[in-house]
Design a protein around this ligand. Structure first.
Ligand code: UAG
Ligand code: ATP
Ligand code: API
Ligand code: MG
Length: 487
């Protein structure tokens, strides 16, 4: 069992009280999980402050406490350690407690507003095909080789994260690909991890509820690159306005990918159709099963990272051309049906615009595009009118509905969306708060060859209302409707 002094290795301490050789049976940052012999790390959160729960953790048996400020009531059977930043300390402590698993693998992180899950999943699938034992940490699911572990966050908290990485080491994972959310960077969930590579996809409007300003959001993404070690590589989308900003202060070796500029990993789209993409990369024309310009960027980021991780360029392109990408991302439901139904996780204005632009490239103009879209509750409100506006501009009919209302009133969310609908567009919008009814209505309205886009929830198999996740899957509702048509 590790001793306290060992798991505090590399943590910058401001003071210590008690025996640093005490054994530590476990680490927790939630007092409700404290047990005999554990170390409790008090972290200031967005809703409450872990410092208020120190005595609760001690009552449940915690024998050591890491905090920024000592509590008034000191228990002389407990060891107290103060630090300047306990969120950061928690990351380093969790890594030490689980034996610094990230140092025993090649860990690559993906950050950006859109495309993280797609990029990380493609890398996981690619390296598996190349014959390696691979780990994946993503919004949709975590994977240790082919074993699926459900995911609760895009990037888990430091304790779960390091425990998962340790299991990956134990299972022999040589490469691990993980999504790094801006929340995770800001909350130091990744402190203490050793990355060999980092990929930046893009940055657009999202999460301003949390970061408050776009500048802060950019800073959170940049902090990830600023803290990379010199042995790592950093590869960014140079066509994104903020791509080069990410590289400004990094010690890592810098690389770029893109379609428009002079870059290290360049692509040129030759064909873009509902069947897939043909892209010229490294002097070769390669067909991919992924659809849409934005996926050309994801594929180039994946290709660049794979080559930087030492893989053979031709072999990478051959394997990459066979891959399907992540579930619920531009997923065609029952392909070959009379109605083209697409389920996509577009839950930001930029993603919605990209998906509808992609659809616009395929359509003949004789069919209708019917979009069903909602915006999540307890999330960035500024995106609501923008998403409704984009949906109206690029669709023939729009049904505004709900998407994980959480603690908010779905009707109020829809009202905020409606402020983005121009009076001239109002006649093509319907409001149907019940998502199942909304999807059914869209399918009923659709005629042969019409395109129905169901945006926002992708792979999600629930609708979250007031803290309860009710089973709900866009794809299943659409499938039921399409099957009814064919009978
Ligand atoms: C806004 C946010 O990111 N919140 C995360 C944060 O919680 P918090 O700051 O609200 O914590 P808090 O409730 O204020 O508590 C502060 C501290 O007191 C402790 N506490 C609290 C109560 C108690 O009785 N005892 C106790 O010890 C808590 O364990 C915590 O350490 O830290 C928690 C532990 O790591 C996370 O589970 C929680 O994620 C919430 C559930 C969440 O919904 N997060 C989303 C927004 C998120 O992180 N999303 C990103 C993806 C976004 C994207 O890019 O699309 C993600 O990486 O998943
Ligand atoms: N490179 C990209 N640029 C812009 N939009 C993209 C890109 N890749 C995917 N998208 C769109 O964004 C949606 C979300 O993609 P993905 O799940 O890969 O992103 P993410 O960054 O993991 O999102 P989240 O932060 O919610 O986990 C997709 O369904 C698609 O509509
Ligand atoms: N990772 C994103 C996912 C949003 C998905 C959308 N369906 C919603 O619930 O808003 C978030 O938690 O903000
Ligand atoms: Mg994701």
């Amino acid at each position: 069992m590790p001793e306290l002094k060992d798991i505090l290795y590399k943590v910058s301490l401001t003071s210590t009280y008690g025996d640093m050789n005490v054994d530590v049976k476990g680490v927790c940052s939630d007092s409700r999980k404290a047990a005999a012999g554990t170390l409790f790390v008090a972290v200031k959160g967005t809703l409450s402050d872990g410092h208020d729960y120190i005595s609760k953790a001690v009552d449940l048996g915690a024998t050591a406490v890491v905090c920024e400020k000592l509590p008034e009531a000191i228990n002389d059977k407990v060891v107290y350690v103060t630090v300047k930043n306990s969120a950061q300390a928690l990351g380093i402590i969790a890594a030490n407690f689980f034996g610094n698993p990230s140092e025993k693998m090649k860990l690559t992180g993906v950050t950006g507003t859109n495309g993280k899950t797609t990029t990380a999943t493609l890398l996981y699938q690619l390296f598996t095909k190349l014959g390696y034992v691979v780990g994946l940490i993503s919004t949709v699911e975590n994977r240790i080789a082919d074993k699926v572990i459900p995911s609760t966050h895009t990037t888990p908290d430091p304790i779960q994260l390091n425990e998962l990485l340790k299991k990956m080491v134990d299972a022999g994972c040589a490469y691990v690909f993980m999504e790094v959310s801006s929340h995770a960077v800001d909350q130091d969930r990744i402190a203490g991890l050793k990355f060999i590579g980092a990929i930046f996809t893009n940055i657009t409007h999202d999460h301003l509820d949390y970061h408050k300003t776009f500048e802060n959001y950019i800073k959170a993404k940049k902090k990830y690159f600023d803290e990379l070690p010199s042995e790592a590589f950093a590869i960014v989308n140079a066509d994104d306005k903020r791509g080069m900003v990410m590289l400004q202060n990094t010690k890592a070796t810098k690389y770029t990918f893109g379609l428009k500029k002079m870059v290290d990993f360049k692509g040129k789209i030759i064909t873009n159709s509902i069947e897939g993409l043909e892209v010229e990369i490294a002097g070769k024309n390669v067909w991919f099963k992924m659809i849409g310009d934005f996926n050309a960027y994801n594929l180039l980021g994946v290709y660049g990272a794979a080559v930087l991780l030492g893989q053979d360029s031709d072999e990478v392109l051959t394997q990459l051309s066979t891959l399907q990408g992540a579930p619920g991302r531009f997923e065609l439901v029952l392909p070959g049906s009379k109605v083209i139904a697409i389920v996509d996780y577009a839950h930001t204005p930029d993603a919605l615009q990209n998906v509808l632009d992609t659809i616009a490239q395929f359509r003949t103009g004789n069919e209708q595009v019917i979009t069903v879209v909602g915006c999540g509750g307890n999330r960035d409100k500024t995106k609501r009118p923008l998403m409704a506006s984009i949906a109206c501009r690029l669709s023939d009919k729009v049904i505004l509905t709900s998407d994980n209302p959480r603690d908010e009133d779905p009707i109020e969310i829809i009202k905020e969306m409606q402020t983005g609908v121009m009076p001239s567009e109002a006649r093509k919008t319907l409001v149907i708060a019940d998502r199942e009814e909304a999807i059914k209505t869209a399918c009923m309205m659709a005629k042969e060859r019409d395109i129905v886009l169901i945006a926002g929830k992708g792979h999600e198999d629930y609708q979250e209302i007031k803290g309860v996740k009710h089973p709900f899957d866009d794809r299943k509702v659409v499938e039921r409707m399409l099957n009814l048509f064919s009978n």
